[in-house]
Design a protein around this ligand. Structure first.
Ligand code: ADP
Ligand code: MG
Length: 283
């Protein structure tokens, strides 16, 4: 594939929505894989104790594997907890083990507990706010943080670590329910902890173009969030949902499928959005 220009600095994207099952993990791994296929250096941080992103990217995540838990709680350097994704040369993963379930509680008594992930990421020279001229070949272009389905301390760490959010929204009846709570959390984080945070991308997932309901929900999301919504919606597709059971993303499992092609389009759009949100965006 033709090389795509690298972003000026590392873009740290938080994939969050406190609702479960909306496509956070699926979108994280497929967007990450698509960007890696486009020649970008990508890191996925699995911040969900379930470890679904680790499974989908085929990296070890049994208890005892160096993981996000060590990064957050033990202060282990990033270099010691990341693993290469076997399928995609430019993609690395910090896996999540079940230990991470305890981190939510264990971090409560730690100083600057909501800054742990940010500090851990930026302590590594490959995660850089510097422009590309100053960065080495091995600098990460994108870091995706796959959040658990809650707004606890783990998600808070992600919101403090990243400058951008990608919110997957499932095209179904209750799609917008709970988004108010997410947006007020983002406002709170922006006011007190991370003024740079913006909602850069909203991705409509599991879209079924044959139903009026899905079309209606997509329209509602677009009228509410405008330019923040990526033009490419991800269709509901069995190929997308079965890829993880083969330890693959749909990008390698079935690259010609509609699901893979829409993730590729969405990844290109995300890349084109650049570093800073446009003027006049919501939130
Ligand atoms: P979350 O991380 O938000 O909990 P997941 O990404 O795990 O959500 O997705 C929830 C379920 O929906 C999973 O079983 C996944 O395989 C399935 N899924 C996600 N996206 C699609 C899609 N485009 N088509 C079909 N199934 C999907
Ligand atoms: Mg998930």
């Amino acid at each position: 594939r033709p090389a795509m220009p690298r972003p000026e600095a590392t873009r740290v994207l938080v994939v969050a929505n406190q609702k479960g099952g909306v496509g956070k993990t699926t979108s994280t791994v497929n967007m990450a894989a698509a960007l890696a296929q486009l020649g970008q250096r990508v890191l996925v941080v699995d911040l969900d104790p379930q470890g679904n992103a680790s499974t989908a990217l085929a990296v070890e995540h049994h208890r005892g594997t160096p993981s996000t838990y060590d990064l957050l709680v033990e202060g282990t350097p990033l270099a010691e907890v990341l693993a290469p994704c076997p399928d995609l040369e430019l993609l690395s993963v910090v896996p999540a083990t079940i230990d991470l379930a305890g981190a939510e509680i264990e971090l409560v008594s730690v100083v600057a507990r909501e800054q742990r992930l940010r500090k851990a990421l930026y302590a590594d020279p490959r995660v850089s706010e510097q422009s590309v001229d100053d960065a080495g070949e091995d600098r990460f272009d994108y870091v995706f943080i796959d959040c658990p389905p809650s707004l606890g301390l783990l998600t808070l760490n992600a919101l403090v670590a990243g400058a951008e959010m990608m919110i997957p929204i499932q095209a179904e009846y209750y799609a917008l329910e709970g988004l108010g709570q997410l947006i007020s959390t983002v406002d709170m984080v922006r006011a007190h902890l991370n003024p740079d945070l913006s909602i850069s991308s909203i991705l409509i997932t599991m879209y079924d173009g044959r139903t009026r309901l899905a079309a209606g929900v997509a329209e509602e999301v677009r009228s509410h969030f405008g330019e923040q919504v990526l033009r490419s919606a991800i269709p509901r597709s069995v190929r997308v949902s079965e890829a993880p059971s083969y330890g693959q993303t749909v990008m390698t499992y079935d690259p010609g499928s509609p699901g893979a092609m829409s993730y590729l389009d969405a990844a290109k759009e995300l890349a084109q959005k650049g570093l800073r949100p446009q003027e006049g965006q919501h939130a």
